[in-house]
Structures are given as C-alpha cells and as structure tokens.
Design a protein around this ligand. Structure first.
Ligand SMILES: *Cc1c(COP(=O)(O)O)cnc(C)c1O
Length: 379
C-alpha cells in the first residue's frame, strides 16, 4: 500500500500507482501484439521516476527502453538488467561517441553525420556497434531524409561497421486518428523500411498503438499511455490513471461580496464567499494558466480556482461546501478519480505530457508497488 509517512509536512502529495502502470503496460502490449512494446522513460519517466518505473516494466516483460539523452541512459543503465536495451532518441552528440560505444547503450542515429561518426568509432574500436536509424517521414524533426537513408542502406561498409537493430520514424498526428498525415507517414515509412529488409521496424507511439495494426510493426514505443494519459482524443480510454495529486488546505476565510482574490485581484467575489488556500502553486508544476479556469475537488464538489495561481499556493472558491465541511490540513484532489490529468491539462491549455513532466520536486511522493515487486523485496 501507499506509504504516506512524511506527507504531513508537505504542501502536496503525489501518489504513483505502479500496479496501474504495469496494467497499462499489459493492456498496451496486448493491443500491439505480436509487435513488442517498448517503454519511453525519457524526462525521468515523464516525471514519475525512471528508476522506479523502468524496473517494474522490466519485470512485466519490457525489454526495450527509450530515453532522450545519453546522460539519461547512463543514469538508467544500473537500474536495469543487461537483458534490457536502452535506446537514446536524441542520438549521438558530438564528443559522446567513445563514451557511448564503451557503455551498453544504443544511439538512435538521426542524421548522416551521426551515422558517419558512429561508423568511425566502430572502425577505430575494430568491432561492429549497435544502432537504431531514424528516418524522417514527414514530421521534419529528427531523422535522415529519405534519400540519405536509401544511400546508407546501399552502403555495404556502413552495414558491416554498424549493426542496425531498428529502423524507426515518429508520427506527428497519432493523437488524431483521422488525420491524413498518419496514412501518408505510414506509406513513406513502409517504402523506406523496404531498403532495410532484415531490420526490425518501429513507428507507433501511444497514439500509434491505438491506430490500426498496420502501424505497429515490430516494436511500439509508448510513453504517456503507460503513465495514465489518454492516447488520443477518442472518448473510449482503456488506460488506468497512475497519478493522484492532492494539496493541503492551509487556510480558510469568509469574504464579503466585492472582495478581490490573489495577485492582481483578478477574481472578484460576486456574493459573500468562502475561500480556501491550498499549499501548491506554479513552483510545483501547476500552470499559471489555470488561474480562474481550473478547479480542484473535495467530497464530490468541484471547487473553482479563484484568482491567479501563486508560486506556492492556489485559492479556491469553496462557498458551495457546508460550513465546517473543510478544515485546514484536509487534502484536496487536483488529479485523481474526479479529475484526470487530461482534464487538468485541458483547463490549463496544455497536454497531459506537460503536466506530468512539470510535477514539482516539493511533493511528498509515494509509490504503490506491484505485488510482484514487493514480494521480490520481501524475499
Ligand atoms: C516521446 C516519444 C515517444 C513516446 O510518445 P508518447 O506519445 O508519449 O507515447 C515515442 N517515440 C519518440 C521518437 C518520442 O520522441
């Protein structure tokens, strides 16, 4: 169960349900089978701690982990058994070649320059080096241009110096299933991958995992859906929430009609009101754009945010609650059964990814473990 020791001294508490995480892994793995499922654990597993998340997913059967930066891969490597492959999405930065070759970490080669530098290191070490190759199929972000990739495919010396273990691309519009760019990128990816006949293929992210089976290829790379984010805009969402965020009530006050609330007095009470101040703010990752737009929840009541979000606190209009229903020290829900990360993100004018990766360092964090992991620890 959750270990909440220590939450009494924090302004907010974050609970991360690793059982729900593993269930989401199973749901997604079943959805893309017979393709394999990789976990994207960049940005510290979208803020939830890669060191906690990745071993749970390994135990659940995951063998491929993607991070963005080489430094993230170096930090993650000791957390995972050798059987796990760690891929670096942002590829091979100049100067990191030797360190990368000496570690058991596989770069995603995103440009001809990166491919050539990896090949050079392989030659200087006198052995073939593993890599993934990313091709750009229309997002214009990372990856080789199609003609560059075709050139590499025809280069036998590259083929012997570098052991290509994955050819991949990334979808720009996977969260919008009907977007015509999805089919266009799929067609381009299939045409390019044909030049690398025996190399496993990967195209789908979380959104892509919910597109048709043709998008799944050999490996799907899911991030946000593992962590409880809705994979697309569709109503049906089989993904379980992983994160619960609650904040503590610091103070309550009654204010007469006409009173202003918060910086800039941007909220003005239309009636005699009751205001609760809770102990989290934008320094904890709650965007200022939630001011006068978002809400929190208590006892089944939606409590609108009144006024601007401060650095360390937020004021809520709690007039709707009965006198005495709420007291200092009570916990108020910001993300949980009543309000998903996607709802909070929408109110803030952003996406669940940004909410998750902005979650602050001041929260009391507790991890509800999987049965397997806690048994393993006890043994
Ligand atoms: C971040 C990322 C993913 C994971 O995306 P989600 O939408 O979180 O599943 C997959 N592939 C690449 C290249 C990425 O950058």
């Amino acid at each position: 169960m959750f270990d909440d020791d220590g939450s009494a001294i924090a302004g907010g508490r974050l609970r991360i349900d690793l059982r729900a995480l593993v269930e989401n892994y199973s749901t997604l793995a079943a959805r893309v089978a017979p393709a394999h499922l990789a976990a994207v654990v960049k940005a510290n597993a979208y803020g939830l701690s890669a060191a906690r998340v990745a071993p749970e997913l390994f135990e659940a059967g995951c063998r491929n982990f993607f991070v963005a930066h080489f430094v993230e891969a170096l930090e993650l490597r000791p957390c995972l058994p050798d059987a796990a492959t760690i891929w670096v999405l942002n590829g091979l930065m100049p100067g990191s070649e030797t360190a990368c070759a000496r570690s058991d970490i596989v770069p995603v080669l995103n440009s001809l320059d990166q491919a050539r530098r990896w090949q050079e290191i392989a030659r200087s070490l006198g052995r073939s080096l593993r890599a993934a190759l990313q091709v750009d199929t229309g997002m214009s972000r990372l990856g080789l241009a199609p003609q560059e990739a075709i050139g590499l495919a025809a280069d036998a010396r590259f083929g012997s110096d570098v052991s290509l273990e994955l050819i991949m691309s990334h979808l720009a519009c996977a969260d919008t299933p009907d977007h015509p760019a999805n089919a266009a990128q799929l067609a381009r990816f299939e045409a390019l991958a044909k030049h690398f006949p025996n190399v496993p293929r990967s195209l789908a992210n979380s959104g892509g995992a919910f597109l048709t089976a043709g998008f799944h290829f050999d490996l799907a790379r899911t991030g946000v859906a593992l962590y409880g984010g809705a994979p697309d805009d569709a109503a049906e969402n089989p993904i379980r929430p992983v994160v619960t965020l609650e904040a503590r009530v610091i103070q309550l006050r009654n204010i007469p009609a006409g009173s202003g609330v918060g910086y800039g007095l941007s909220f003005s009470a239309e009636r005699p009101s009751r205001v609760a101040t809770i102990g989290v703010g934008y320094a904890d990752g709650l965007p200022r754009s939630l001011g006068n737009r978002g809400a929190a929840w208590f006892n089944g009541h939606r409590l609108p945010i009144a006024g601007r979000v401060s650095m360390d606190s937020i004021t809520l209009d709690v007039t709707e609650l009965a006198e005495g229903e709420l007291a200092p020290g009570d916990w108020i829900e910001l993300i949980g059964p009543n309000q998903s990360i996607d709802t909070l993100a929408r109110d803030a004018g952003t996406i669940s990814y940004e909410i998750l990766t902005s979650l602050g360092a001041r929260y009391h964090r507790s991890y509800c473990e999987t049965v397997g992991a806690s048994e393993a620890r006890a043994a």
